[in-house]
Ligand binder design. Structure first.
Ligand code: GDP
Ligand code: MG
Length: 294
């Protein structure tokens, strides 16, 4: 009998949730960034072993919603927690013993998952003494490094033990329930974020307008949206130099995703204040909840 179920990765922004998801699935599914709040939607990765299948949900930030985009992010995160059989509460080991997840998530009660497992991440940055102190303070917590992979196999075994007995829920060779289109758009957004440094991380959205896989190269027309003309000028760069460089770097990433040569036709458009616009948010695939802003 196999085990199968939903596993949500929760925790403060920057704890390393997306890095751990990619490490578990063995593939780059979730964009990672030193800037907090870069994961927007629920990314669903699938990990299939001989004895088990884990459907992994990466939760975007559980921050206080101040505008509709953040409200949609919080809704997605809470939904992932509600759907989960196991919640991995990931925390930065350098910050010591983490507060309870309910507190991190701003919830009244603990999430309803069958099991919550604490994993302290980034132990590659800790000294032996610091690790020992954490072992003493939290003997049940896993100490892991999503970056190097240390401790991840043991964490995975523990998570698997807590899953319900069930047949596999997805075909064994699937790595995600999201479409290649979704990931291509995410890779473009990630590349723009990398190359813009701190200039406008939250104002960027990417949308695939056309994705033709029949020919070679694969033809993709995509648009990067910003909120203001001034941001568009920055993104385009002098004589288009910056957007060309973003397009080149993003194309290389998408080529390794689809395993074929890609022609990426990349455009920049202004969609005024899209982050505050419910219609624009839905168009980019963000679900807005009925949850009132607190
Ligand atoms: P998220 O906001 O929780 O999804 O965090 P990310 O996965 O985007 O990671 C945030 C930052 O922490 C990135 O710069 C990662 O490279 C870094 N990071 C994640 N895991 C580790 C780890 O195990 N060790 C170290 N040194 N850095 C890590
Ligand atoms: Mg993330």
């Amino acid at each position: 009998m196999t085990r199968a179920g939903f596993v949500a990765l929760a925790g403060k922004p920057n704890a390393g949730k997306s890095t751990l998801l990619n490490r578990l699935v063995g593939q780059k599914l979730s964009i990672t960034s030193p800037k907090p709040q870069t994961t927007r939607d629920r990314v669903v990765g699938i990990l299939t072993r001989d004895d088990a299948q884990l459907i992994l949900l990466d939760t975007p930030g559980l921050l206080d919603p101040r505008y509709p985009l953040q409200q949609a992010m919080r809704h997605a995160a809470l939904q992932a927690l509600a759907d989960a059989d196991v919640v991995i509460h990931l925390a930065d080991a350098a910050e010591g013993v983490p507060p309870p997840l309910a507190e991190v998530a701003g919830l009244h009660d603990s999430p309803r998952a069958r099991a919550a497992i604490i994993a302290l991440n980034k132990i590659d940055r800790l000294s032996a003494e610091q690790r020992l102190a954490l072992t003493t303070a939290l003997p049940d917590a896993h100490q892991v490094s999503a970056l190097t992979g240390e401790g991840v196999a043991a964490l995975l075994d523990d998570v698997t033990r807590h899953l319900p007995e069930s047949p596999l829920l997805y075909p064994a060779d699937d790595v995600s329930t999201q479409s290649v289109r979704f990931f291509a758009a995410e890779l473009i957004r990630e590349t723009a974020l990398e190359q813009l440094e701190d200039e406008m991380p939250y104002s960027i959205a990417a949308e695939i307008e056309e994705f033709r896989e029949s020919g070679s190269p694969v033809y993709i027309r995509a648009i990067v949206y910003v909120e203001r003309e001034s941001q568009k000028r920055i993104l385009v760069g002098s004589r288009g130099s910056r957007i060309r460089e973003i397009g080149r770097a993003a194309r290389l990433k998408i080529e390794s995703l689809v395993g074929a040569p890609v022609y990426l036709d990349l455009w920049v458009k202004v969609l005024h204040n899209w982050r505050r616009d419910a219609r624009a948010l839905r168009r980019f695939g963000y679900r807005l909840s009925e949850e009132p802003t607190r």
